[in-house]
Design a protein around this ligand. Sequence first.
Ligand code: ADP
Ligand code: MG
Length: 376
Amino acid sequence: MTKTILPGATIGIIGGGQLGQMMSFSAKEMGYKVIILDPTPDCPAAQVSDNQIVAEYNDLAQLIELAKRCDVLTYEFENVDAETINEVKKYTEVPQGTKALTITQDRVFEKNFIEKSGFSAVPHVVIDNIFEYHRAVEKLGAPVIVKTTRGGYDGKGQILVEDPENVCYADIEELLMHGTCIVEKKIALKKEVSIVVSANSSRQTSIFPVIENVHRHNILHLSSCPALISTETENKIYQIGEKLAQNLELVGTMCIEFFISTTDEVFVNEIAPRPHNSGHLTIESCNISQFDAHIRGVCNLAMPKIKLLQPAVMVNLLGQHLQPAKEALSKHVEWHFHDYGKAESKNNRKMGHITILSDDLRETKNAIEKNSIWDV
Ligand code: ADP
Ligand code: MG
């Protein structure tokens, strides 16, 4: 499909969280109209869009209603049912198709796809019961991480097993109740990095500079760009990004997360077929953001070469950080402050982020680490 959607047309977005909100900012700036489908009235994306359909993500009748009212349909998260997309495709353009969705919403499909493309996924074993779990631990050797194959995010649906002699089997059984799981070798990490790649239906791509990520309790805490990695590793990551985008028939924005081991091996951790938290710093630091690139991609506009205008650090504001950060805002002229406008603040829930443009990444990161806002 190579239909070009011009400003003035209407974009429908399934999902109204912060990713939908930032997609909508980009779309509105360019003159598109935006309709959001989300069950929460006045959700973050609806606050900055033209209209909202208040409905669950699997409400087929309402999804068809959205499709009829828009010229092109996209989504902010990967857990949209592929069959549903095939159904709504009859009523509007869905240039992203379902290939990337289907592969990335299942960790087993995703790892098979990574390996078939010629790259290293983290060593893992697929398990369906506790006996297979034991065999997997024997094969891989501790420490391992048990993960559900579907629906996990921010470390949810994962159990770290440091010592197999000392593990709560009930917890593992509980994960297995959700269906097939994987047991993954825990990698001794030197660094985590990610790359954002965007494409349009005419197969033009934009590839963003490599971003370095720090997680806390399995939740992204801080990202910085450019990543401080060797040129060899950087080139390898670009090559993987381009190849996976091509093999996924990418349209719109995706992000690939990588592990770099202490022995400098590069593993593809996971792929998100949508803009990603680690790419938020592209809003201020690049010539176009990952959200602009997503809108350009799904509307089939030309994809520019990405330039990093200034190095940047992004730090997340979780529920426990938002209020102290607001109170400190007037003292920090360097903060690009983003509050997503979520009605309910919860511990560890992503409520906003701050981006700081900086020519001294180390100093900027140190200042964040010293700031008591992020102690909890
Ligand atoms: P999610 O879908 O929750 O993002 P991930 O698999 O990316 O799931 O795990 C979240 C974080 O947990 C990773 O970014 C990393 O910090 C840590 N982690 C997960 N799997 C491994 C692993 N096999 N080895 C080392 N760290 C891991
Ligand atoms: Mg992840």
